[in-house]
Write a protein that binds this ligand. Structure first.
Ligand code: FA5
Length: 341
């Protein structure tokens, strides 16, 4: 039995030297220290040996077990060190090399434009009011003086939802009613930014989804002069002191009188070109004095209160500011375009 144990030890130690990787090590462990290994069987047989032989053989068996366990630990460590050395050699690092330059993120041109708009109106004392994008027909049209079947509803091609009377807002103007109902009878000076949706033919100047920034001021002595002053000041702060603007009479059911504001075309300097349809001017917003019906729907008595409102398109403003010829660049997510800002 003692010879058998010597033999097991010799054989195990020599076979251990052949184990070159983790798998081989584990196989070795099962073969020489596992439950059905010859060594463990020797332990099992101890009980059947004559009494006087048991201590010596038991001691020797334990010695062999300890020797094999120590050899296994040593071989594992040696292999681990060898693998580490190999990877250090193979994946050598030159810590003195310069790091890879990080690509810097930047704000989307529309975000930059929106923030500039917020700053300008913020300086003039306007607060930002957020209103919902999914609206009821009543708020998007009815309360803005466009009852069902009113022909002016055709000015906005609408995305309707499957729920009757619920739609994606076509403009930020329904927010006017929400603010008025919330603040009545306090005076109001807010801007309402947000996404709008129209079922339109996409073109160089029109998208189906775009931003608007609505403006609304309501008080006791607000006039069309205030509206013109605020918007002209806005244009100067946005485009520079020398910018030329003009107001053109227009029509919106929720303002009376109504006007649109144009900016001199950035491309041709007012001479007339393809971008401005040879007019020399580019429209950036609609505006007017809040219609008495709308004031009343918001809770204000039109005999005592008046107000002005406007709605501008930040995409169009960004196009003017950065001389972008096609609105579709703004939503195409093309890094070559976006990296310029
Ligand atoms: C309106 O939407 C009115 N609610 C504006 C208004 C508010 C008038 C308050 C009076 C008082 P209009 O449809 O013209 O008006 O749109 C206003 C601005 O949104 C346009 O001048 C333009 O800058 C922008 N806009 C409109 N349609 C699109 C579109 N499809 N893509 C990108 N910008 C658009």
């Amino acid at each position: 039995m003692l010879e058998q144990l010597d033999h097991i030890e010799r054989q195990a130690l020599s076979s251990l030297q052949n184990a070159q990787d983790d798998d081989a090590l584990q196989r070795w462990k099962v073969a020489y220290l596992g439950r059905s290994s010859p060594l463990m069987k020797a332990f099992d047989q101890l009980g059947s040996l004559p009494k006087e032989q048991r201590p010596a053989i038991g001691r020797r068996a334990n010695q062999v077990k300890q020797a094999l366990e120590a050899a296994f630990a040593e071989r594992s460590e040696a292999l681990r060190q060898a693998a580490l050395q190999h990877s250090l050699q193979a994946e050598r690092l030159d810590v003195s090399l310069p790091g890879r330059p990080l690509v810097r993120g930047r704000l989307h041109p529309i975000t930059q434009t929106l923030r500039q708009i917020y700053r300008i109106f913020g300086d003039m004392g306007f607060q930002v009011y957020r209103s919902r994008e999914v609206e009821s027909d009543e708020f998007n049209f009815g309360l803005l003086n466009m009852p069902p079947h009113h022909p002016a509803r055709d000015m906005w091609d609408t995305f309707h939802t499957t729920t009757p009377g619920v739609l994606l807002r076509t403009h930020t103007s329904p927010g006017q009613i929400h603010v008025m109902r919330e603040y009545c009878p306090e005076p109001i000076r807010v801007i309402l930014p947000g996404m709008c949706y129209r079922y339109e033919q996409v073109s160089a100047r029109k998208e189906t989804q775009f931003n608007q920034v609505e403006g609304l001021a309501v008080g006791k002595e607000i006039t069309m002069g205030d509206l013109k002053g605020v918007l002209t000041d806005f244009a100067r702060r946005m485009f520079g002191q020398q910018v030329r603007t003009r107001f053109r009479a227009s029509h919106f059911p929720f303002t009376e009188p109504s006007a649109e504001m144009d900016i001199e075309c950035f491309l041709c300097g007012g001479q007339g070109c393809g971008v401005c349809s040879y007019s020399g001017w580019l429209e950036i917003l609609g505006s007017g004095m809040v219609h008495p019906v709308v004031l009343r729907n918001g809770g204000y008595d039109p005999a005592q209160y008046s107000g002005y409102a406007f709605g501008m398109g930040p995409e169009r403003i960004a196009m003017l500011r950065y001389q972008i010829e096609d609105i579709r660049y703004l939503w195409a997510n093309d890094m070559r375009f976006l990296e310029q800002f």
